[in-house]
Write a protein that binds this ligand. Structure first.
Ligand SMILES: NC(=O)c1ccc[n+]([C@@H]2O[C@H](COP(=O)([O-])OP(=O)(O)OC[C@H]3O[C@@H](n4cnc5c(N)ncnc54)[C@H](OP(=O)(O)O)[C@@H]3O)[C@@H](O)[C@H]2O)c1
Length: 309
């Protein structure tokens, strides 16, 4: 790596600014950091009410241009996208964001003549899943149809589950009872990538004009049985497997949870997390191999053991 800590690239990189929507979010802040580290000019779009917060201040300190914008106005978004080499969306939300706001952002990018668009996908492979199997993935497929019709080069980053979630939010590795909980088959391969690695890869992809429609990455592919070994090694205690039941039982549990605690307005209610697990454990959302991990060779992929340790 050169002295200024900027990674070199095997691909031609673009000099035009990168427009980043959702830059104040958890993933957005990390993408902004890695874009700046890679020498990019970053135009961070933020809602006016978020433009004075700590996240916006952090973006400014990193050298990003913070642009307050009315996300309901295609005219304002078009102005904000003018001259950009790529629009990256790290927005998070339900239909009003993933379908409606992203469509306005897409229309603005096209109107401004931006050549490339990276949507806020950052997930397991939702492209082949049956409708209704995951509410959040249905929304991504709906936006995907609009994106694929638009006259712009699109690239989706598919990274499996954020590995960081294994630390607690995803109730799979339970340090207290030392159990790895699952449904179905303990040997089904599952894809995990840390949020930081996903952000670094996205930054590299945003600066790479030659990206294909999909880039699939996984910091580590591990089955439930392998997660048990990783947890045991990371925490120095023997973990055991706990099979709750079949995938059919998980589907029934999802229905019950959704009925008892619908929380339809939440982006990640418990039943949606369970849908995500079902998609992964069934193998239906498994990323097709070969993965694109090696595309940017400067990225070192964090392993499950490091995250759990
Ligand atoms: N693969 C996985 O396991 C996994 C896990 C978690 C998330 N993700 C994905 O990662 C992506 C980013 O998620 P995140 O966790 O970084 O989200 P986050 O922290 O909640 O940030 C969301 C961003 O969207 C902006 N936003 C929200 N509502 C908005 C609106 N109405 N208009 C304009 N902007 C709005 C927020 O702006 P303000 O700061 O102004 O609110 C913020 O910048 C999403 O696609 C999410 O689904 C993947």
């Amino acid at each position: 790596m050169p002295a200024n800590d900027q990674p070199t690239s095997l691909f031609p990189t673009i000099d035009a600014p990168i427009v980043l929507a959702g830059a104040t979010g958890a993933l957005g802040l990390l993408i902004a950091h890695h874009l700046r580290r890679r020498g990019a000019t970053v135009r961070a779009l933020v809602r006016p009410e978020s433009s004075t917060g700590a996240e916006a201040e952090s973006l400014r300190r990193q050298g990003a241009e913070v642009v307050p914008v009315d996300y309901d106005s295609v005219v304002a978004l078009t102005q904000a996208c003018t001259g950009a080499g790529c629009v990256v969306s790290a927005l998070s939300g339900l239909r009003n964001i993933i379908v409606d706001t992203q469509t306005r952002l897409l229309n603005a990018a096209v109107a401004a003549g931006v050549p490339r668009f990276i949507p806020s996908d950052f997930s397991a492979d939702f492209t082949k899943l049956p409708e209704g199997s995951n509410r959040n993935f249905d929304l991504r497929r709906e936006f995907q149809q609009r994106l694929d019709k638009a006259p712009i080069q699109a690239t989706s980053i598919l990274n499996g589950m954020f590995m960081d979630l294994l630390k607690g939010q995803a109730p799979v590795v339970l340090p207290g009872p030392r159990r790895v909980v699952y449904w179905g088959d303990a040997d089904q391969p599952l894809d995990f990538t840390t949020m930081v690695d996903t952000a670094d890869y996205t930054a590299a992809a945003a600066l790479d004009p030659t990206t294909p429609r999909y880039l699939r990455v996984a910091g580590q592919v591990a089955s439930i049985r392998q997660l048990r070994a990783e947890a045991s090694a990371a925490l120095g205690k023997e973990f055991k497997l706990f099979r709750v039941g079949s995938l059919g039982l998980l589907a029934t549990m999802i229905k019950f949870t959704r009925t008892l605690a619908p929380a339809q307005d939440e982006v990640f209610p418990p039943w949606q997390g369970m849908q995500y697990l079902h998609n992964m454990l069934s193998g239906q959302a498994k990323l097709a191999e070969p993965l694109d991990n090696a595309r940017y060779p400067d990225i070192r992929w964090t392993q499950v053991r490091e995250v759990l340790g």
